[in-house]
Structure formats: C-alpha cells, structure tokens
Design a protein. Sequence first.
Length: 126
Amino acid sequence: MRGRWLLGLIIAIAIAAPASAGAKGQKKARAGGAHSMTGCLQKGTEGNTYTLTSVGGTGPKTVELVEMASGVNLAPHVGDKVTITGSTVNAKTAAKAEGTTGKKKEERGEHHMKVDAVKMVSTTCP
C-alpha cells in the first residue's frame, strides 16, 4: 500500500513540474508581448526608421520605430496621429536596425519598437 502511495506521489510531481515550467515561460512571453502606443508619427533620423512623439499614457513620450513587419508602410502616415501596435526591441537589435552598432550605449536609454500594425487616428497632430 505504501509503495502505491509513493508511486502516485512521484507521478503527480512529474506531471506538475513541466506544467509549472510552462507557466513561467508564458509570463516571460507576455512581458515582451505586443502593446499599443498612440502619438504623432515623424520620419526618424536614421535610415528607414520613424519616431512616435507626444505619446499618451504614463510610459515613454518618444518611441523609435526601428523595425516594421511585412506589409506595414508608415510613410503615408508621417505627420498623422497614429496608434502603433508592436513589441519592444532591445538596444542591440535597435542599433543593428539603425546601422549604428557602435553606438549601442546611446540606444539603451531609448524605447524602441518593432511595428506589427498601424492605425490612423487623425490626420493632424497636436
């Protein structure tokens, strides 16, 4: 009887361990997951980048948009108030996208995003 109880306990632990590890992985995925920001779209200072200024909310007020998903074209929206949906990009990836790999330290204090979608809010910006 005692052997069955011990075997049942071992099986229960074996089943529960991968499930809890998966839950931890989901939290990390959500932390870097998609989020939206609304502001005024401007052409960036480096290559094919854009800047979202006057961003609403409690987060950063300026965001550098350094990567665009396939099919996303920001050029027609320059000067418009837009809502950008995307994910945060780390400083190393941002520096590479901007072609400024030697200036990675400059990128650390900035908020960078990869854009997955854009929605025009208004044709004018405050």
